[in-house]
Design a protein around this ligand. Sequence first.
Ligand SMILES: Nc1ncnc2c1ncn2[C@@H]1O[C@H](COP(=O)(O)OP(=O)(O)OP(=O)(O)O)[C@@H](O)[C@H]1O
Ligand SMILES: [Mg+2]
Length: 171
Amino acid sequence: MAHVIAMAGKGGVGKTTLCGLLIQYLCETKRWPVLAVDADANSNLNEVLGVEVESTLGEVREEIERAGFDGLPVGMQKSTWAELRLNDALVEETAFDLLVMGRTQGQGCYCFVNGLLQTQMQKLEKNYRYIVVDNEAGLEHISRGLLPNMNTTILVSDCSRRGVQAAGRIA
Ligand SMILES: Nc1ncnc2c1ncn2[C@@H]1O[C@H](COP(=O)(O)OP(=O)(O)OP(=O)(O)O)[C@@H](O)[C@H]1O
Ligand SMILES: [Mg+2]
């Protein structure tokens, strides 16, 4: 069972930067395999890690929704194809893999893609020693239950009163 470490805190306090440093530390000290999860709809953990992302779960989800039966590989059921495409959203590096939630186009709630991320994380969990989750600012993911098996939460703050208050609310 992977040890799940999640970052939380106010916007712009360094959650993503700290995630990147933690993942680097875990890899350098040979605590792999590590799964990096970018659960921020405004994703940028890949840039900190220096990794190109071809497709996010949000994009794959839209592709699956758009696809008619004509576009599927011959003889393949849509559910099987959807499963394969979702697996493609995992970026595989030497010491760590990266899964990016992304978002769906347009306005509105992204609860669906959030649920999809949760399902994928549960499927992948057994393959990793550590899962490091970069979250968006605030309490959203924690209140939506994205991280039911969270073992460690790192509350990140700058020196501002608001930063510390936000960390306190999350705690
Ligand atoms: N310890 C630090 N000292 C100075 N600058 C930092 C530090 N940590 C991060 N930064 C800088 O602060 C900015 C915001 O950092 P980062 O993106 O990691 O924050 P974040 O909490 O993930 O933001 P968001 O809530 O938007 O996701 C970046 O420009 C980053 O380089
Ligand atoms: Mg961030």
